[in-house]
Design a binder for this molecule. Sequence first.
Ligand SMILES: CC(=O)N[C@H]1[C@@H](OP(=O)(O)OP(=O)(O)OC[C@H]2O[C@@H](n3ccc(=O)[nH]c3=O)[C@H](O)[C@@H]2O)O[C@H](CO)[C@@H](O)[C@@H]1O[C@H](C)C(=O)N[C@@H](C)C(=O)N[C@H](CCC(=O)N[C@@H](CCC[C@@H](N)C(=O)O)C(=O)O)C(=O)O
Ligand SMILES: Nc1ncnc2c1ncn2[C@@H]1O[C@H](COP(=O)(O)OP(=O)(O)OP(=O)(O)O)[C@@H](O)[C@H]1O
Ligand SMILES: C[C@@H](N)C(=O)N[C@H](C)C(=O)O
Length: 462
Amino acid sequence: MIHRSLQDIKKMLGSEAVDVSHTDPIQIHGVSTDTRTIQAGNLFIPLIGDHYDGHAYASEAHSLGAAAVLWQADRPNPPEGMPLILVGNTLKALQQLAQAYRRELDVRIIGITGSNGKTTTKDLVASVLSTRYQVHKTKGNLNNHIGLPLTLLQLAESTEFAVLEMGMSGRGEIALLSELAEPEAVIITMIGEAHMLQLGSREEIARAKTEIMSGLQPGGVLIYNGDEPLIEQVLTERADAKPFSRLTFGKAESNDIYPTEIELDPKGAHFRINSEHYPPLFIPLLGFHNVINALAAIHTAAYFGVNPEQIQAGFQALQMTSMRIEKLTAKSGLTVLNDAYNSSPAALRAALELVERLDDYSRKFIVLGDMLELGDQEEQYHREIGRTLSPLCIDEVYTFGRLAAFIAEEASTSFPPGRVRVFHDKQQLIQELQASLRPDDVVLIKGSRGMRLEQVANALLS
Ligand SMILES: CC(=O)N[C@H]1[C@@H](OP(=O)(O)OP(=O)(O)OC[C@H]2O[C@@H](n3ccc(=O)[nH]c3=O)[C@H](O)[C@@H]2O)O[C@H](CO)[C@@H](O)[C@@H]1O[C@H](C)C(=O)N[C@@H](C)C(=O)N[C@H](CCC(=O)N[C@@H](CCC[C@@H](N)C(=O)O)C(=O)O)C(=O)O
Ligand SMILES: Nc1ncnc2c1ncn2[C@@H]1O[C@H](COP(=O)(O)OP(=O)(O)OP(=O)(O)O)[C@@H](O)[C@H]1O
Ligand SMILES: C[C@@H](N)C(=O)N[C@H](C)C(=O)O
C-alpha cells in the first residue's frame, strides 16, 4: 500500500489539491474511504454517496487513527485539529492519487473486462503469473471508479504485476479505469447482455468494453475472445492510433489458441490446446466457459514469459473468488453450485449447460432469480431461458422474483406438473427447498446481485 508524506500526497494530487493545513512531517500509510474499515495511519478520503456524505465521518476517522483527511472545498465547516488537504473533489482526488502512485511504481498492469468472466479470468491470470512474479489482484469485485483506484493504492512498491478487474454499466466508465491504470495488457473475455438496460444493444456493450483500449500503453497487447465478431467490428471503428498487438482465444479454430480436447468432470475441466508445447491441462473449475476463460490466462501468462509447466501449476493453485459456480457440500451431502454473485442471459446459459452435463447426482434442481438491468427486452430474455429448459436434463425448476416467473411460465409448457415452482418469498423458497432436496441431489443457485440468492445457498448449507 501507499506510504508517503502528506506533502508528497499534496504534490501527487496536482491541481486537485487546494491547500494543506499542516507542514509538519505527517506520514500516510494506506488510504480508506470508510470509517468502518479504516486502519491507523490511513489517509481518509470522504466520498459523497447514495446514503451518506463521508465528510460527516472525518472527525471519527481521525479519532480512529487516520493520519490525515482530504476535504472537498465546497463542503462547509472543514474540521480543525487534524492534518487536512483541501481538494476540489474528493472522488477525483482519489483517482488522481491512484494514478500518480501507479506511475511511481515499476508495476506492470493487466486490465480485464467483458460482460462475464472478468472475476474468474482475473483469478486465473493472477494465479498463473504468481508462479513467477509478485502479483496483486483486485480483491473481490472492487472493479469500478472507486474500487479500482483503491486497488491501485493497495499495491506494494515491490509489486511486479497488478491484475485489475474493470467493470462498467455505462459508456465512458471503462475508459476512465483504463486511463487511470495505464495497462500493458488488456483482456476482453466476451460480450453478453449484462447492463443492456444502460447500453441498449450488444454492439453498444462491445463499444463500451473496447474502451479498455484507451489507456493501453503504446506497444501493449489486446487479448480477446475471437469468437465474438462484435469485438473486431468495434475495434475497426475505433481505429486506435497507437500501435498494439492482438491475441485471440476461443472455441473456433480461427483463434490463436483454442481447445482441442475437453473433458468435463465433477472436479473441473481437463483440456489440451492447439500447441504441442503444452501438456494436458486441468482447471479446478466447472463448465466449458471456464475453459475459455483459462485460454485468456494462458495467452497472458505466455506473453509475460510463464512456461507451460508453470501455467499448469498456477491452475492447480487457483484461489477462486466465491459465488462463481462455487461447488459446496452441505452436511447432509447435498451438492450446492453457488453461482449467486450475478446473472445475465449468457452467464445463465453457461451455468445451465454445465448442469445439464452433470450425471453424478440423483436429481438436478435449479433455483433461478431475476436477471436485472436488461432493459425493455427483459421479459423476452427470461422467456427464452425458460424455453431452453428440458425435463430430460433438469428435474426441478424453482424461480424467485417477478422476472424469473417468466422462465417458469415457459418451462411449464414442457415439464410435468409440479416440477416447476414460482416463488416471491425467499423464506418460503428456502423452506420448500429444504423439504424437497435430498443428500444425493445437486442444486444450482443463480440470480442477479440484487436478488441476494446467496442467502438461499447459505441456508441449504447450514
Ligand atoms: C462510495 C462507497 O464506497 N460506498 C460503499 C458504502 O456504501 P454506503 O451506502 O454505506 O455509503 P455511501 O456510499 O452512501 O457513503 C459515502 C461514503 O461514506 C462512507 N461512510 C459511510 C458510513 C460510515 O459509517 N462511514 C463512512 O466512512 C462510505 O464508505 C462512503 O465512502 O459501503 C457499502 C458497504 O460496504 C459499499 O458497498 C459501497 O460501495 C459502493 C457500492 C462502491 O461502488 N464500492 C466500490 C469500492 C466497489 O468497487 N464496489 C464493488 C462493486 C462495484 C460494482 O458494482 N461493479 C459493477 C460494474 C461497475 C458499475 C458502475 N457503474 C458502478 O457504479 O459501480 C459490476 O457489475 O461489477 C463491490 O462492492 O464489490
Ligand atoms: N466466459 C464466460 N461466458 C459466459 N458466462 C460466463 C463466463 N465466465 C463466467 N461466466 C458466468 O458468469 C458468472 C460470473 O462470473 P464472473 O464473476 O467471473 O464474471 P464477472 O464478469 O466478474 O461478473 P460481474 O460483472 O457480475 O462481476 C459465472 O458464475 C458464470 O455463470
Ligand atoms: C451493481 C451492478 N453492476 C450490478 O451488478 N447489477 C446487477 C444486475 C444487479 O444489481 O443485480
